[in-house]
Write a protein that binds this ligand. Structure first.
Ligand SMILES: C[S@@+](CC[C@H](N)C(=O)[O-])C[C@H]1O[C@@H](n2cnc3c(N)ncnc32)[C@H](O)[C@@H]1O
Length: 325
């Protein structure tokens, strides 16, 4: 049977798994998410908390996959620079000039990060990865959004926590990063750009070490592999997908919104037998949660910023309901 991109996983289409693997129910989900969690869609909970504080409350071997788009400058979602963005001032955020009357979205300038900031980033990812290693079941995958400037530091920290690197998903996407002529010398060096115009986004793909073979791990934990796109087609590591625009951006105006077309493919691949709990420890406007809700699988999101939590509460059901062409 062919399941289209991002298609929901009907119960009867799920492969039969061993009796050892118990599908987590709503009660398990709510117990994990904690008393302050809000249910934003059936089987999908959102927690307003700092991610590391929340993770410390979660028992070992509780979730089946992590799909997340973390902060990369660490400062870009901190009070100072995020406050500047909200005030229209920029800070680490580059507010691009209007193009043909269209206001383009701000992007964080990761080129301003020096060795100290990159070391702080590595430490933050290491602390997160140790917790992810603990709360994932054996064979659970992590899909980690990144960018070509900082992926080396971030991915090294995940590896140091004991994850196996399983590859990278390349999202083909034309961005506004790079491609500029030298600042203040455009006319002098018209044929030079300082960096390439970025046309791809790397997502690290990691797996917690399994117990036994893939088949044994799948039977016991429901994890260890990636769900195929169809009987004929495995999940692939290059996915062309334009930035979220139009209806999606209107529903969820978060500065780092990831598109449903892309996230539905990752969330679907992340649960190889079609059940389990997906965690997004940096939920933003809830785009990963919305993809999970669309697919009919359980998910928990954690977001520290109160305004984004309120945005996600409204956005998740609307994003989940969007029909993509
Ligand atoms: C890159 S954005 C994710 C946006 C998301 N991909 C979306 O489509 O809406 C990262 C998010 O992590 C949140 N964040 C940053 N530090 C956090 C922390 N320590 N705990 C929880 N959330 C945090 C930020 O407020 C921001 O919304």
């Amino acid at each position: 049977m062919r399941l289209g991109v991002g298609a929901a996983i009907p119960a009867k289409a799920r492969p039969k798994v061993s009796v050892h693997f118990l599908e987590p129910g709503a009660a398990t989900l709510l117990r994990l998410a904690g008393p302050t969690a809000r249910v934003v869609a059936p089987g999908v909970a959102l927690v307003h908390a700092d991610t590391l504080s929340w993770l410390a409350t979660v028992p070992d071997r509780s979730v089946h996959a992590i799909v997340t788009d973390p902060p990369y400058g660490l400062v870009e979602y901190g009070d100072v620079d995020h406050g500047k963005l909200r005030g229209g001032k920029g800070g680490v955020w580059r507010i691009p000039p209007t193009l043909d009357g269209v206001q383009r979205a701000p992007v964080p300038r990761f080129t301003v990060l020096g060795p100290k900031e990159i070391e702080a980033l590595r430490r933050f990812f290491a602390a997160s990865a140790w917790e992810w290693m603990r709360v994932l079941v054996p064979g659970g995958h992590v899909f980690l959004a990144s960018n070509p400037l900082l992926s080396t530091a971030a991915f090294a920290a995940i590896g140091e926590a004991g994850f196996e690197k399983r590859g990278e998903i390349i999202r083909l996407v034309t961005t506004l990063r790079g491609g500029d002529r030298p600042k203040g010398a455009h006319a002098e060096f018209p044929d030079v750009s300082v960096m390439p115009r970025s046309a791809w986004e790397p997502w690290g793909l990691f797996r917690k070490p399994m117990e036994g073979t893939v088949a044994e791990n799948l039977r016991r934990w429901g994890t260890g592999g990636l769900r195929r796109r169809s009987a004929e087609e495995p999940f692939r590591d290059v996915i062309p997908c334009a930035p979220a625009r139009g209806a999606e951006r209107a529903i969820a105006p978060h500065p780092s919104l990831k598109p449903q077309r892309f996230l539905r493919q990752l969330v679907r691949a992340a649960l190889p037998v079609g059940t389990g709990i997906v965690l997004d420890p940096f939920a933003g406007s809830g785009s990963t949660l919305a993809a999970a809700a669309h697919l009919g699988v359980h998910a928990i999101g954690v977001e520290r910023d109160a305004a984004y939590v309120e945005l996600a509460v409204v956005a998740v059901p609307k994003l989940a309901a969007l029909a993509l062409r």
